[in-house]
Write a protein that binds this ligand. Sequence first.
Ligand SMILES: Cc1cc2nc3c(=O)[nH]c(=O)nc-3n(C[C@H](O)[C@H](O)[C@H](O)COP(=O)(O)OP(=O)(O)OC[C@H]3O[C@@H](n4cnc5c(N)ncnc54)[C@H](O)[C@@H]3O)c2cc1C
Ligand code: FES
Length: 257
Amino acid sequence: MKYTQELCPIVRKEQLNQTTFSFTVASQTAVESMKPGQFANILVEGKTLRRPISVCGFSREEGWIRFVFEVRGEGTKIMSEMNEGQHMDILAPLGNGFDIDPREKAVFVGGGIGVPPLLGASAPYGANATVLLGFRSKDAVILADECRANGADVRIATDDGSLGHHGFVTELLAARLEESPCDAVYACGPKPMLRLTAAQAEKRGIRCMVSLEERMGCGVGACLVCACKTRTPDGGEKYLHVCKNGPVFDSREVIWE
Ligand SMILES: Cc1cc2nc3c(=O)[nH]c(=O)nc-3n(C[C@H](O)[C@H](O)[C@H](O)COP(=O)(O)OP(=O)(O)OC[C@H]3O[C@@H](n4cnc5c(N)ncnc54)[C@H](O)[C@@H]3O)c2cc1C
Ligand code: FES
């Protein structure tokens, strides 16, 4: 894993809803070898541990990386108060991203704050992507218009029925997989959503990549905080690091507990 520490000027800050922020930073080195689905460990003033945030989008040619995050606790609150012109200290790119092939038909399944990495991963697919997004309610919807602007067929589910399908995003997945074949499914979101997504894809023999979220310390495989149990090809079990071996895994490797 080749990563770099870079001080990146914030070139654009947007507030997407009450608790969610988008930061675009200029990058020269970290962006060089970046893949969709990887993440950065971001330094927060006054905190020892960096905060892991997925790469939502990036451009090597234009030299920028975008992060979209929700304010959850103190660290993300402090990050949300940064402004254009200030510098973000990032360690990136970290982890293994999505293996994508935009010539294929792919379905992207995102839940809540799991949606940001799927914007960047689905963008190269254009109309070959179906993007299924699940949120608590209409007010929590983020990045749907941007996925649509990339040419994707975007469908939304909300828990309270205030927008789109009233119910779970995995119900949209079942309907989509009935409609027409697809080559791969990519998912990021809460564990129960990932588990159901994986089960549906595996039942139909479709390749499925899931991005897992675990509490993290170092973010680079040194502290063992982020261990997750996985299945080996010979039917055994072994612990891997979400930060170093993931966060993206082939769903068949994951032992859901
Ligand atoms: C690979 C990965 C990618 C992520 N991508 C995004 C993203 O794109 N957008 C987004 O909004 N959130 C993302 N998260 C979750 C985000 O890292 C946490 O919400 C954030 O670390 C919380 O920090 P805090 O200081 O606000 O909260 P606190 O709860 O105060 O954090 C205390 C400590 O726990 C750690 N921690 C708390 N929650 C998490 C968590 N869910 N995952 C990992 N460490 C945690 C913090 O890093 C910190 O060390 C991602 C997590 C991982 C593991
Ligand atoms: S966070 Fe330290 S090993 Fe993964």
